[in-house]
Write a protein that binds this ligand. Structure first.
Ligand SMILES: Nc1ncnc2c1ncn2[C@@H]1O[C@H](COP(=O)(O)OP(=O)(O)OP(=O)(O)O)[C@@H](O)[C@H]1O
Length: 358
């Protein structure tokens, strides 16, 4: 639904170039909630603003629902109209809501429809329908100043949906809200995604947002996407930073000559009693050093750090058993908190582990 290729944005600031986006390739599938996470200054806002051409990319392309927006930009007044039409199929929600304080809630929602030239009666019908959809049917006549932050954001979301968009862009939509209101707004985005088949691209600096609502995620750093994929793919990627942030586990070996293993459970494997099977099959005592279990997109996913007696060389077979159960397995280096990715074959395992585990 959204594809960017080689997206680059260079700002001119006080006579020097600031590269905010440095060749971003992004692929957001139809109907998914896709989160881009990164620290302040990573380029997230630039990315989302380039996706709907609020900001003109320096180079690269943006395609939304099959339309190359970058080709429409800058082609004079006719192309401007095409671009405006394409943009009306992309809703945007802002961190600080951007509501007009002098207009009622209903009139705020009608604004984009006015710009699109929709008739008064139709505008009114649509605004009331949208207010109902976001749970604010009784606030049509209220003014933004009379609403809570969460209610303002609901109005912002209703306004973003006025043009019947297929895509919703969310620029830190919950950053100004308290945790409980954040949850309710994320739930609303999820409901809209499912009810309307809406594709949602959101940017955030909060891992909890990704965990709560996203099907897929990308990590952004210094204007680049350093990793991306569905949550399941990320969890299955050895050494994935996002996976570790989503499911942090800690715990040190209880002594020398121990094998510490991070095991990730998702899908079917999450409900199988693999640890007790492992213990019984190989007559090995297993200690749990740390664990994080959660539900993501309705699926149970989790990560556990376990310890087996003996060095890795003594545990190649039990570790292989875990892999055969469909689990993602990473051997943890003795002194480092982060897991060391282990390659697929046992021979590679041994080499890598010898290099990293003393
Ligand atoms: N209009 C601008 N002019 C000059 N530099 C800019 C402009 N907008 C952004 N930048 C710079 O581009 C880089 C990326 O900024 P951007 O706002 O996209 O990051 P971000 O990840 O959204 O950060 P934040 O969460 O703090 O908004 C930063 O170095 C920023 O200072």
């Amino acid at each position: 639904m959204i594809t960017t290729t080689g997206l680059t944005k260079v700002y001119q600031s006080r006579g020097r170039d600031v590269t905010a986006l440095d060749g971003v390739d992004l692929h957001v599938r139809e109907g998914e909630v896709f989160g881009v996470i990164g620290r302040s200054g990573a380029g997230k806002s630039s990315l989302i603003r380039c996706v709907n051409l609020l900001e003109r990319p320096t180079s690269g392309t943006v395609t939304v629902d099959g339309v190359d927006l970058t080709a429409l930009a800058g082609r004079g007044s006719r192309a401007g109209k095409e671009l405006r039409q394409a943009r009306s199929r992309i809703g945007m929600v802002f961190q600080h809501f951007n509501l007009l304080s002098s207009r009622s809630v209903k009139d705020n929602i009608e604004l984009p429809l006015e710009i699109l030239g929709v008739t008064g009666a139709e505008r009114s019908r649509r605004a009331l329908e949208l207010l109902d959809l976001v749970g604010l049917a009784d606030k049509a006549k209220a003014y933004p100043g009379q609403l809570s932050g969460g209610q303002k954001q609901r109005v912002g979301i209703a306004r973003a949906l006025a043009g019947n968009p297929k895509v919703l862009l969310s620029d830190e939509a919950t950053s100004a809200l308290d945790p409980e209101t954040t949850r309710s707004i994320l739930q609303l985005l999820r409901d809209l995604n499912q009810q309307l088949g809406l594709t949602v691209l959101l940017i955030t600096h909060e891992m909890d947002v990704v965990k709560t609502v996203c099907d897929s995620a990308a990590l952004m750093r210094q204007g680049r996407i350093s990793e991306s994929g569905t949550v399941s793919e990320l969890l299955a990627t050895p050494g994935s930073e996002l996976a570790h942030e989503l499911f942090p586990v800690t715990g040190d070996a209880t002594g020398p000559d121990r094998t510490v293993v991070d095991v990730t459970f998702h899908g079917e494997s999450a409900t199988q009693p693999v640890i007790s099977q492992l213990s019984r099959t190989y007559n090995v005592d297993i200690s749990i050093l740390g664990a994080a279990m959660d539900t993501v997109g309705g699926k149970q996913i989790g990560r556990m750090r376990i310890e087996l007696p003996g060095r890795y060389e003594d545990n190649v077979v039990p570790v292989g058993f875990l892999r055969e159960q469909g689990l993602q397995v990473e051997i943890v280096e003795a002194d480092a908190p982060a897991a060391v990715p282990v390659q697929s074959t046992e021979a590679q395992d041994a080499v890598l582990v010898k290099e990293t585990v003393k």
